[in-house]
Design a protein around this ligand. Structure first.
Ligand code: NAD
Ligand code: UGA
Length: 466
């Protein structure tokens, strides 16, 4: 097993595979990096000359792509060829929550990961290091190894766990200036060599002390734990936001007061309409499922509460809108600013906006959405996935506009669902003049200046204060 890698293949050209491999290629110009995917449309978009058409929107990504693409970074649908040529293969495919069978609604669906392992096993003719980049339940590496070792063709495989900690919207910065990189591997000599090979890749730009090595199981479990702790902070502050609204305390002041305690820290204490994104919920559900499977009921219940609180936060935001609009939103126009699950990304997976819209549509509200990076087609896909009503009904009740002022014109209320910076710069007086009166704003992200809006004439509700 060599410690200097020349050829990398990454299976999965999504939000993780694309940016991660772009940075690895950028920082290791002598390593050929090929990112493969079965989704030909996605690969074509990664290869598009016009970098504004990349399938993933991330600040700084297009610069990295322009530097490395065609030099040592390639995007392709030739999965088998890339596997064959690689010394190191990253598995970066999706691991969604299962929607069927045992563990439905909780366990991670590992069918895509298993397919990758089987494909690697059938194609490999030379020794390979296989790296789990996808977020996986603890002990998945064992299953991958068992599949790979069944080939009986004399090829040696080493499995490493190298979970990804980037956050969307800041992916390039998170990769280039990572707090830490985690690599889990076997304690055997071959395992240690494989770890060293991957350490060498990251050491091209990160100080050695930020590259942590552990056993495989610690690495797998650390990823789920990190996401669970992060999501728990959001649910904790959101639970306090409801208490603030009931007592006259202000969640911003409370967050600042506790965050200055260095043991608590100030990050990730922004009260919101609820966390979204493809991973927090799925990874916590996975942790809950594993704990339940091991008979650890109290552990499972403890973490499940983070999800219960998050669902409550989304629901109560929608209820607040209905209640404030004199208990009916039927046929009323409500403008949504933002659909993405956070700013600076075009990703909408599990976005709070989807659930708030769905609840308001149940009350027959007419929703008009403006999001700088999300298309109407994506919004409809997100709603249809919930299966609450027919596609035609979703299309009739929710429409997107390309202009925020148009979205807000004649609206009874505006709801801020994503914290896009540009929302702060709007001409709010102009918006006010074009709305139905009384004009309401529900700031689910606490980004607008309350005093300024009230001076214009708006009635303002912000999460976490009354
Ligand atoms: P994604 O859905 O954006 O991308 C996954 C890609 O894998 C898709 O394009 C899909 O077509 C492809 N794929 C699936 N099976 C394949 C196969 N057999 N062969 C080739 N391609 C295949 O997912 P993502 O957001 O990039 O997440 C990938 C993994 O990384 C997940 O396990 C996730 O939990 C983890 N993760 C995600 C983030 C994030 O910010 N999105 C951060 C850290 C970790
Ligand atoms: C998160 C983690 O931050 C990453 O470390 C991890 O790699 C990733 O999940 C993953 O495994 O997928 P991401 O979901 O992209 O990253 O974005 P976050 O910044 O964590 O935000 C998640 C959600 O929480 C967003 O909806 C955000 O608006 C919300 N949030 C975050 C708050 O409501 N308040 C906060 O203080 C922070």
């Amino acid at each position: 097993m060599q410690t200097h890698i020349k050829n990398i293949c990454c299976i999965g050209a999504g939000y993780v595979g694309g940016p991660t491999m772009a940075v690895i290629a950028d920082k290791n110009p002598h390593v050929k990096v090929t990112v493969v995917d079965i989704n030909a449309k996605r690969i074509a978009a990664w290869n598009d000359e016009d970098v504004s058409s990349l399938p993933v929107y991330e600040p700084g990504l297009s610069d990295v792509i322009q530097r490395a693409r065609g030099r040592n970074l390639f995007f392709s649908t030739e999965v088998e060829q890339a596997i064959d040529q690689a010394d190191m293969i990253f598995i970066s495919v999706n691991t969604p929550t299962k929607t069927y069978g045992k563990g439905k609604g909780m366990a991670a669906d590992l069918k895509y990961v298993e397919l990758c392992a089987r494909q690697i096993a059938s194609v490999a003719k030379t020794d390979k290091i296989v790296v789990e980049k996808s977020t996986l339940p603890v002990r998945t590496a064992q299953a991958i190894k068992t599949i790979l070792d069944q080939t009986g063709n004399g090829v040696n495989f080493q499995i490493l766990s190298n979970p990804e900690f980037l956050a969307e919207g800041t992916a390039i910065k998170d990769l280039e200036e990572a707090d830490r990189v985690l690599i889990g591997g076997e304690e055997s000599e071959a395992g240690q060599k494989a770890i060293q090979a991957l350490v060498n890749i990251y050491a091209a730009w990160l100080p050695k002390e930020r590259i942590l090595t552990t056993n495989v199981w610690s690495s797998e479990l650390s990823k789920l734990t990190a996401n669970a702790f992060l999501a728990q902070r959001v649910s904790s502050i959101n639970s306090i936001s409801e208490l603030c609204e009931a007592t006259g305390a202000n969640v911003k002041e409370v967050a600042k007061a506790i965050g200055l305690d260095s043991r608590i820290g100030s990050k990730f204490l922004q009260a919101s309409v609820g966390f979204g994104g493809s991973c927090f919920q799925k990874d916590i559900l996975n942790l809950v499922y594993i704990s339940k499977s091991l008979g650890l009921t109290e552990v499972a219940d403890y973490w499940e509460q983070v999800i219960i609180m998050n669902d409550h936060q989304k629901r109560r935001f929608a209820e607040k809108i209905v209640q404030t609009l004199f208990n009916t939103v039927s046929d009323k126009k409500i403008a949504f600013l933002g659909w993405a699950f956070k700013k600076d990304t075009n990703d909408t997976r599990e976005s709070a906006a989807i659930y708030v819209a769905d609840q308001l549509m149940d009350e027959q509200a007419k929703i008009r959405v403006f999001d700088p990076k999300v298309s109407e087609t994506q919004m409809q896909t997100d709603l249809n996935y919930l299966n609450t009503r027919s596609e035609a009904e979703n299309e009739a009740l929710l429409k997107a506009t390309e202009d925020p002022y148009q979205a807000c014109k004649d609206a009874h209320a505006i709801a801020i669902l994503t914290e896009w910076d540009e929302f702060k710069t709007y001409d709010w007086k102009k918006v006010y003049e074009q709305m139905k009166k009384p004009a309401f704003i529900f700031d689910g992200r606490r980004i607008l200046d309350r005093k300024e809006l009230e001076a214009i004439g708006f009635r303002v509700y912000r999460i976490g204060e009354n």
